[in-house]
Ligand binder design. Structure first.
Ligand code: KIV
Ligand code: ZN
Length: 509
């Protein structure tokens, strides 16, 4: 059985999803969860792109030592030096440098001839190799590059010392059979190919990222670049959970395995969704709310008789607990901690104190506490970190005969202030006060509300997306009160907006 290396780029390409920016501490939390999940390489960011990215790559390289931490760098000495500066304290640092090789990119973006591009790629790799032998080169837009030129570049960068060569389908243009054939052709034509690991990095513009990655692996690629929940630039990247479970479930056909502990897939998916504020669509493969739900009578009947009639993998194998009803008002701290651990979260004893207190408060309001409730508590109370704006108090009145009114108290830069406003509904009133208090007036792009579990006492999970001056930000929060959940999600999106604005530029182009 051949091993496929999992290179996770949730913190770099994933963060390029509109509105998904994470602060340094949040990135560290995600990196730790990825380490626990068993990924081989984490691309922690793009150090030269902003001081925040530099800081997070450095922090992750210094603290997350059970895997290789990579930093992205354009094929320029300045980018590579900056990346190394951030990475050098890591246990197995990797410099990931890239340059476009397609005619479209070379002509219009780089304004360079193919020979100039080839020389630049080689010089960049040679420079990176002075710092570490763990160098990856990506031929950006390889999916639309000419095969002869691509093969020349691959051969040259391997000669220059690249140990991993990545073939990105940057714009999600490839079709599985054709992409697989391109990888096979690279293996046939590049004489020194055995000296490097061939990697693929597929975007999902045609919904084919996972299929293209699988075709590439069948043709010999041994590293797949992917993200949790498939988040990433535009339509996103290959989804980590999909590719890993495809390898696991169809091992008989694909004959490869990974180091991923699949029972942590669902907790990691929830964590990333909570932190980025990007909800997971219900029909998302592997981790969506409906991924294991059987609706049709015939299916339900079949599953009750024998699960394998309609299930190709078990929910438990991806970390979805099936014993829904877990704890209640009388459950003790020990049972709570055990459940949190079983759900895949590692929290410190101080965080347990905070989360357990929240659990008790929720148990007073809500008769039955489900796993999803516990996850929401852990995310709300322990994963989110202090920020510029904090909601202290919210009171709303609304109904058929009153004008909806909200009174809100907030802590802003450490100072507590209070205001009241009217609105055309309680959420509108609450948002108006928050805008007044913060002095921010972003456009509300989207507002979604979901019930985390069943029952009228369920917690609501609210996701909002806001935009200000071309900068987008998402916020997600949960509470048994939908107006409180909405206000918390809005405040969270505002905090993320502040953070996002501090970045000098987002993304790599
Ligand atoms: O999509 C892409 O080409 C990239 C590279 C930087 C690997 O993200
Ligand atoms: Zn990409």
């Amino acid at each position: 059985m051949d091993r496929v290396y999992i290179f996770d780029t949730t913190l770099r390409d994933g963060e390029q999803s509109p509105g998904a920016s994470m602060n340094v501490e949040e990135k560290l939390r995600v990196a730790q969860a990825l380490e626990r999940l068993g990924v081989d390489v984490i691309e922690a960011g793009f150090p030269i792109s902003s001081p925040g990215d530099f800081e997070s790559v450095k922090l992750i390289a210094d603290k997350v030592r059970g895997l290789s931490v990579a930093g992205l760098a354009r094929a320029s000495f300045g980018d590579i030096d900056r990346a190394w500066e951030a990475l050098k304290g890591g246990a197995a640092p990797r410099i990931h440098t890239f340059l476009a090789t397609s005619p479209i990119h070379m002509k219009h973006k780089l304004r360079k001839t193919p020979d100039e591009v080839l020389e630049q790629a080689v010089e960049a790799v040679k420079h990176a190799v002075k710092y570490t032998s763990n160098v990856e080169f990506s031929a950006e837009d390889a999916g639309r590059s000419e095969m002869d030129f691509l093969c020349r570049v691959i051969e040259a960068v391997i000669d220059a010392g690249a140990k991993t060569v990545n073939i990105p389908d940057t714009v999600g243009y490839a079709i599985p059979s054709q992409f697989g054939e391109s990888i096979a052709e690279i293996f046939r034509r590049v004489p020194n190919i055995h000296k490097a690991i061939i990697s693929v990095h597929c975007h999902n513009d045609l919904g084919l990222a996972t299929s293209n990655s699988i075709a590439a692996v069948q043709a010999g690629a041994r590293q797949v670049e992917c993200t949790i929940n498939g988040i990433g630039e535009r339509a996103g990247n290959t989804s980590l959970e999909e590719i890993v479970m495809a390898f696991r479930v169809r091992q008989n056909l694909l004959e490869v395995n990974t180091n991923i502990k699949s029972e942590f897939l669902y907790p990691t998916s929830r964590l990333v969704s909570n932190i980025t504020g990007l909800p997971v669509q219900p029909n998302k493969a592997i981790v969506g709310a409906n991924a294991f739900a059987h609706e049709a009578g015939i299916h339900q009947d079949g599953v009750l008789k024998e699960k394998s009639t309609y299930e190709i993998m078990t929910p438990e194998s991806v970390g979805i607990a099936t014993n829904d009803l877990v704890l209640g008002k009388h459950s003790g701290r020990h049972a709570f901690v055990e459940r949190v651990k079983k759900l895949g979260y590692e929290i410190t004893s101080e965080q347990v104190d905070v989360a357990f207190q929240a659990f008790k408060e929720l148990a007073d309001k809500k008769k039955t506490i489900y796993d999803e409730d516990i996850e929401a508590i852990v995310a709300e109370r322990t994963l989110r970190l202090p920020d510029r704006f904090r909601l202290v108090y919210l009171n709303v009145t609304s109904g058929t005969v009153t004008v909806p009114t909200a009174t809100v108290q907030m802590e802003i830069d450490g100072v507590v202030r209070q205001e009241a406003e009217f609105g055309d509904g309680p959420v509108d009133a609450a948002f108006s006060v928050i805008k007044k208090l913060t002095g921010k007036n972003p456009r509300l792009e989207s507002f979604n509300i979901n019930s985390i579990t069943g029952g009228t006492d369920a917690q609501a999970e609210v996701s909002v997306r806001i935009e200000e001056g071309g900068v987008m930000s998402n916020g997600q929060a949960s509470d048994t009160d939908i107006v409180v959940a909405s206000a918390k999600a809005f405040v969270r999106a505002l905090n993320k907006l502040e953070h996002r604005k501090k970045k000098t530029f987002a993304g790599y182009v």
